[in-house]
Design a protein around this ligand. Sequence first.
Ligand SMILES: Nc1ncnc2c1ncn2[C@@H]1O[C@H](COP(=O)(O)OP(=O)(O)O)[C@@H](O)[C@H]1O
Ligand SMILES: [Mg+2]
Length: 208
Amino acid sequence: MSHDGSECAQGAEAVITETYYLGHEAVVKYRPPKTYRLPELDAHIRSSRTRNEARIMHEARNAGVRTPCIYDIDLKQCSITMERMHGTMVKDHLDDHPEDAERICRMVGECVARLHTARICHGDLTTSNMILTDDGQICLIDLSMGCTRAETEDIGVDLRLLERAFTSAHIDLMPAYEAMMETYYSIIPDPKAIKRKVEDIKNRGRYT
Ligand SMILES: Nc1ncnc2c1ncn2[C@@H]1O[C@H](COP(=O)(O)OP(=O)(O)O)[C@@H](O)[C@H]1O
Ligand SMILES: [Mg+2]
């Protein structure tokens, strides 16, 4: 948090600031310039990630997946003003309440299945990019690396990332992870093809 208290989170890439938008609690997600990149290239990357993030958030919501509502987007500044979510990062909730892990993981499985059934991939599917809202929903955030019309490969990569999130951050919760995947595979239309792809990716040893 910054000295003035308004900057509430600094991720790898973005600066998140709490604000109000027409009376609604909001956050601004701003992508500052990266000085190590050529300025034109940097402006292009930041602006296309901003645009992509807003687009995927919108598409995901149309597919029935909770994402913050978008209030405004500024492609020049490379910022998105969106609904401020109240809740806990799923990662923190799992750490603090392992007894609740299976229930939460099944909700995550359902949420990701809805996303993938709509052929949308998240692009950075970790428990840090999910918020358990105070009203008990799973809300996905940080969708700038996502895509629509996802191929089985994109979906497999999403799942591989999620598995790695568990093996690296929640190793004690592997039974809950299995429950999550059971829920996931019970919902998606072609579980066999996806399972095969995930195995493929594992065997290739690639995960990004
Ligand atoms: N809509 C939101 N409401 C509340 N907090 C948010 C919201 N969006 C992001 N955050 C907070 O900011 C952090 C970083 O946001 P994120 O979109 O994941 O950016 P980064 O690409 O830097 O990881 C999140 O982990 C979360 O704590
Ligand atoms: Mg993030």
